[in-house]
Design a protein around this ligand. Structure first.
Ligand SMILES: C[S@@+](CC[C@H](N)C(=O)[O-])C[C@H]1O[C@@H](n2cnc3c(N)ncnc32)[C@H](O)[C@@H]1O
Length: 202
């Protein structure tokens, strides 16, 4: 079973499972994109749009997701908010955008979901302008961490919901143009983290 199929099944119940446990972490994390100057923000894997209530209204947003059923929920939520946002059905591992297009790329609960997170980070970096920022909120294990339960869990759920074996530092090694500027625990003793990256100027 692929992620698109499983998220199609999950779409009607996603908010009731994920909404409340992630609300505080989400609202806190999205303070990172508050700036007086309007920015063009790419939101990768927006899902049903649980981020929408916490997004500043002064930016322009482009948002993607692989699963039309998730985007359909997001579209309904978007109609209740005053946001300049375009929704696209797209794969974050092959983004349909030009190089150097966005000021900010937001990746909440997507980088550790997709089967090829290195490719997803490379794509985010490709479409980001030099000097731009990538803001991540997701679950990662640490380099060398044994984490047997999460590695075992990964075996069962990687094709239906998310990976639980991704080591963020290994992803970053593949993108030397990205500099880690912030790394803070977000939830569950630092299993979930806020990670801020900056793309070096040419
Ligand atoms: C765990 S949900 C997170 C949704 C949202 N970011 C949030 O914070 O609630 C993962 C989302 O990633 C989407 N997804 C899975 N694989 C994808 C891919 N290759 N490209 C884009 N979206 C993908 C799913 O459809 C789902 O909406």
């Amino acid at each position: 079973m692929g992620l698109k199929f499983s998220y199609t099944l999950l779409a009607p119940i996603y908010d009731s499972i994920v909404g409340s446990p992630t609300q505080e972490m989400r609202s806190e994390g999205l303070k990172r994109i508050v700036t007086a100057t309007p920015q063009h923000v790419l939101i990768n894997g927006i899902g049903t749009g649980l981020d929408l209530p916490f997004l500043p209204e002064n930016h322009r947003y482009t948002a993607t997701d692989l699963t039309p059923a998730m985007l359909a929920k997001c579209k309904v939520r978007l109609s209740q908010h005053n946001l300049n946002m375009q929704l696209h059905t797209a794969d974050v591992m092959r983004l349909p955008f030009e190089d150097n297009s966005f000021d900010i790329v937001l990746m909440n609960l997507i980088l550790a979901v997709v089967p090829q997170p290195i490719q997803a980070l490379k794509e985010a970096s490709r479409v980001l302008k030099p000097g731009g920022k990538i803001y991540i909120m997701d679950k990662f294990i640490r380099p060398g961490q044994f984490a047997p339960t999460r590695r075992l869990l990964n075996f069962f759920i990687r094709h239906i919901a998310t990976r639980t074996d991704v080591v963020f530092e290994h992803l970053l090694e593949s993108c030397p143009e990205l500099i880690l500027i912030n790394d803070k625990p977000a939830l569950m003793n630092g299993w979930f983290r806020y990670l801020d990256l900056e793309k070096v100027e040419n």
